[in-house]
Design a protein around this ligand. Structure first.
Ligand code: ADP
Ligand code: MG
Length: 669
């Protein structure tokens, strides 16, 4: 053991900085909080290179007195508390007096300020903790802090910085967390001279929420309020048709400070139980106001988490406010997914017009079948397969062949110009998918211009299409082929040398598609469709950044995206297999899965994750009725691929009842 000694203050400050300043976004948060505490009416944030080059925050708040400027950047110097008791009565965002000192220790910092009572301003530079002299300067009342070269003297931290877009995503999220809860302040955000946000002061909180998250979510918001005389909740939750695959769109603000709190998230989840599919999270914006002495905000380095004196009380207050609200709000017209039986149509079941339309389409389709009329043009690239060679020559005799009937009823586009209704497609992707192995591994971009039809939209809002049950198929006698029998429109029954095999049609098809897709992606031969007009998709900044960071991997999957200013992304190509799905929904789902994993997944994992998603989406669903040919084809392909006994999610695709087992059960042995 060496001697114990006091650490020099520069080391102490670097340690403190390590806790508080993780990345440029942390600087943005600290500086903006100081501006809010200073009573600013306008706060301008300018960023260069995701904040790695420059973070500049200017405000028109009360300013700092010239003689106090050196103190502001000294550690443990604050104007916000005086005694330890004050720690339990914090009414400002800051109070530890370490933010400016920490940032100054690990950057080139310029602080310029003019106090509202003083005639002139004063400025001070600090480089890596070394403060220069304070010099007078002319400037308006308020404060400007410029932070350059963050982490220049802590190379390890600097190495952890990610791509500009990712850092900017975090910066934007930090900005939103503060700007969201202070609608009365005019905020602007600039990145490399481009204006990202300009948010004039507004009266209502809802208006600010809408500016950030769009009118669609704005319209779905249900106001919730509760006040027990001491603790006051006000806010909004989105109706259950709007949900997310993670809890990032749940904002809680305690006395104006953004916080994260598992128990509050849990209360929210409880209130929505039964209203959302599993794996979906509610959207919520809440302000919680309470006397400062009922909460300890000094328990987390960045104050993101707090400790309530009586957490149970706050939990139940939120839950009961939500429950009461839901009981008195007619959600039935809005709620689609949850309460339905597994094989019902989530979009259609509550909508008689749509069910009737399905029925009519079905009849039309059936008539078309009887007359032997092809219902509409099939997509060239997808239909080309019937005459093409088999991808797996090892079992050529078993290769499925698309029957004329199949070809005629798998239109992937329809003539909208002629005002025709879309033809009913009992198996939207089945034909394409099942004949997938028949298609030669042709070049990319097949099937775009010929039809020039952007993907057809039919994703139901709020339903996770990954597990969404599909339209009820007609029940009749079980469909049968020489290879097997379909029961309940969801299981296939067949035999093998060991016994009777019951197969989950969706799980098996998903597995097969996954394997096929993987081969194609590895061979660079996945078909994609170029959209006639690129589709703009807007999403929260952090998600847009994550999507752009995964751009190359997405391109491998046939999804080409590029930034389009603001938080909008342009989708220009799309996997042909997903032609029937809404690009917005697909992109959002991909991004949600990117974000849910936490951190940035390894490249391979990411690709794999997306393959799973596409396979799952494109596969036939439980509830899809199959033709004998389709049954044969699916059962045959079962033998071509590895691992077909489990779907990519790990669920079994088949159960086997061995002959011995059956004999035993029938008391034959
Ligand atoms: P804290 O916010 O915890 O007090 P900081 O290190 O962030 O600590 O800031 C130190 C002090 O500098 C603050 O207490 C405040 O008096 C002053 N200060 C910092 N930024 C501003 C600003 N934008 N306007 C006015 N005063 C500021
Ligand atoms: Mg502060």
């Amino acid at each position: 053991m060496t001697d114990i000694r006091l650490l020099p203050s520069s080391v102490v400050n670097k340690i403190a900085a390590g806790e508080v300043i993780e990345r440029p976004a942390s600087v943005v948060k600290e500086l903006m909080e100081n501006s809010v505490d200073a009573g600013a009416r306008r706060i301008d944030v300018s960023i260069e290179k995701g904040g790695t080059e420059l973070v500049r925050v200017a405000d028109d708040g009360g300013g700092i007195r010239a003689d106090e400027l050196p103190l502001a950047v000294a550690s443990h110097a604050t104007s916000k508390i005086v005694t330890a008791d004050d720690l339990f009565d914090v009414r400002t965002l800051g109070f530890r007096g370490e933010a400016l000192a920490s940032v100054a220790e690990i950057s080139h910092l310029l602080l310029r300020s003019r106090h509202r009572d003083e005639a002139a301003g004063c400025q001070l530079e600090v480089r890596g903790g070394q403060a220069g002299a304070a010099v007078p300067c002319g400037c308006p009342v308020g404060t400007v802090v410029e932070v350059r070269q963050l982490f220049f003297n802590t190379p390890v931290r600097r190495k952890f910085l990610r791509a500009t877009q990712t850092e900017m995503g975090h910066v934007t999220e930090a900005f939103i967390r503060i700007a969201l809860v202070h609608p009365q302040i005019h905020f602007t955000l600039q990145h490399n001279d481009r204006s990202v946000y300009d948010l004039p002061a507004v009266d209502s909180w809802r208006e600010r929420i809408v500016t950030f998250f769009g009118g669609e979510i704005g319209q779905s918001l249900i106001p919730v309020a509760s006040d027990d005389g001491q603790i006051r909740w006000t806010g909004y939750v989105a109706d259950p048709n709007y949900s997310r695959a993670n809890n990032r769109m749940q904002y809680f603000f305690l006395n104006g400070r953004h916080i994260r709190d598992r128990s509050l998230q849990h209360a929210l989840g409880e209130a929505y139980r039964g209203l959302l599919l599993s794996g979906r999270y509610p959207i919520a914006f809440f302000r919680l106001e309470m006397p400062a002495d009922l909460v300890d905000v000094n328990v987390h380095p960045t104050k993101l988490e707090v400790r309530f004196q009586d957490g149970g009380r706050i939990y139940s207050q939120l839950l009961s406010a939500l429950r009461q609200k839901f009981l008195s709000t007619d959600l039935t017209a809005r709620v689609k997914p949850a309460p339905l039986p597994a094989d019902a149509d989530p979009a259609g079941a509550l909508d008689p017009t749509r069910s009737a339309q399905h029925r009519d389409e079905l009849i039309q389709w059936a008539q078309g079948q009887l007359e032997g009329k092809p219902s509409s043009a099939g997509q060239a690239s997808l239909d080309a397969g019937s005459s093409a060679e088999v991808v797996r020559p090892a079992v050529p005799s078993a290769a499925p062949s698309a029957s004329p009937a199949q070809q005629s009823r798998l239109p992937l586009s329809f003539d909208r110009a002629a005002g025709q209704a879309p033809p009913f497609r009992p198996f939207p992707d089945f034909g394409a998918a099942i004949r997938e192995p028949l298609r030669p591994a042709s070049g990319q971009d097949k099937g775009h211009a010929e039809h020039g039809e952007p993907p057809h939209r039919e994703a139901a809002q709020g339903v996770n299409p990954l597990c969404a049950p599909q339209s009820p198929a007609p029940m009749g006698p079980p469909a049968m082929s020489s290879a097997g029998l379909q029961v309940h429109n969801r299981y296939l029954i067949t035999e093998d040398e060991d016994g009777v095999v019951i197969i989950d049609q969706h799980a098996l098809h998903e597995r097969i598609l996954y394997e096929q897709l993987r081969e194609k992606v590895l061979a660079g031969a996945l078909e994609k469709q170029r959209l006639l007009v690129p589709e703009p998709v807007s999403m929260p900044p952090a998600e847009a950044a994550a999507a752009l960071e995964a751009k190359e991997v997405m391109a491998q999957l046939g999804i080409e995206i590029e930034p389009f200013g603001g938080d909008t992304i342009l989708v220009s190509t799309y996997p042909a297999m997903l032609a029937n799905f809404d690009p917005h929904e697909v992109l959002r789902q991909i991004v949600e899965s990117l974000m849910t994993g936490g951190g940035v997944p390894q490249r391979r994992d990411l690709l794999d994750e997306m393959l799973h998603m596409i396979a799952c989406k494109a596969a036939i669903k439980a509830g899809d009725r199959l033709t004998p040919d389709e049954i044969t084809s699916l059962l045959q392909q079962r033998h071509y691929y590895r691992d077909t006994h489990h779907c990519p999610h790990g669920r079994p695709t088949a159960l086997v009842f061995t002959r011995e087992e059956l004999d035993k059960r029938f008391k034959r042995t």
